[in-house]
Design a protein around this ligand. Structure first.
Ligand code: 13P
Length: 262
């Protein structure tokens, strides 16, 4: 169970799914039943073209559900065709941004250095970055999980400083568990979460390291969330497929609200 001084955070990464009407309806449904997950921070991350109406829908229901983007550029403005700056995201009411998702790393070539620049820019703009790390199946089977995740954490979070790191959320998403239905066991997930937390004092301080929220992502569903939520270093979930249904997303969040079970 998440330490009492860390508020659990459950975010829905809608990826490139839904349309305007369905996105707004989903946001309204989640925000309207927000009380199902009392004490858990909820974040919805729609495709960027739907950020504005999703912010409006959550605000209409009280504004207690935050909205995040799925990516951002590291510059404030300029000749970067097709990109969105962190300042533009805050301007329309976003509070979070997912950075370095494995799909961005593998499909769009994002490196740890690029993720690091984006994280710094997001923090400077007042956004909370959700920085993703995770190993592939090949890397896990070769016994390289710890080395891969360590390099990603050290590279992606370098130089954020204690204040920046304290405001950052980390998502551990083993690539082999994303969209596959093959969830990491609570033991596998907890082991990597503990490794990640052990790396944070060197990037900040022991006090900050104890406060940083670390989400698990990869095939999180209502029927496996409680076991993950029961792990001491798992402070929430970054949910893909199951975040597209209000019932499923809220059931997952509710598991973190009650602290899960074994
Ligand atoms: P799934 O929950 O669909 O496996 O996706 C996880 C993910 O990539 C969230 O960012």
């Amino acid at each position: 169970m998440t330490a009492p001084f860390r508020t659990p955070i459950v975010a829905g990464n809608w990826k490139m799914n839904l349309d305007h009407a369905k996105g707004v309806a989903l946001a309204a449904a989640v925000a309207g039943r927000r009380a199902d997950a009392a004490g858990v921070e909820l974040v919805l991350c729609p495709p960027s073209v739907y950020l504005v109406p999703v912010v409006a829908a959550t605000n209409a229901a009280g504004g207690d559900v935050a909205v995040g983007a799925q990516n951002a550029h590291d510059k404030e403005s300029g000749a970067y065709t097709g990109e969105l700056s962190p300042q533009m995201l805050t301007d329309v009411g976003c509070r979070y941004v997912i950075l370095g998702h494995s799909e961005r790393r593998t499909l769009f070539g994002e490196t740890d250095a690029a993720v690091n620049a984006k994280a710094k820019a997001a923090l400077a703009a007042g956004l909370t970055p959700i920085v993703c790390v995770g190993e592939t199946l090949e890397e896990r089977e070769a016994g390289r999980t710890d080395a891969v995740v360590t390099a990603q954490i050290q590279g992606s979070l370098a130089g954020l400083g204690p204040d920046g790191l304290a405001r950052t959320v980390i998502a551990y998403e083993p690539v082999w568990a994303i969209g596959t239905g093959r969830v990491a066991t609570p033991e596998q997930a907890q082991e990597v979460h503990a490794l990640i937390r052990s790396l944070l004092p060197a990037l900040s301080s022991a006090e900050v390291a104890a406060k940083v929220r670390i989400q698990y992502g990869g095939s999180v569903k209502p029927d496996n969330a409680a076991h993950l939520a029961a792990c001491p270093d798992i402070d929430g979930a970054l949910v893909g497929g199951a975040s597209l249904k209000a019932d499923d997303f809220l059931a997952i969040a509710a598991a973190f609200s009650t602290g899960g079970c074994c």
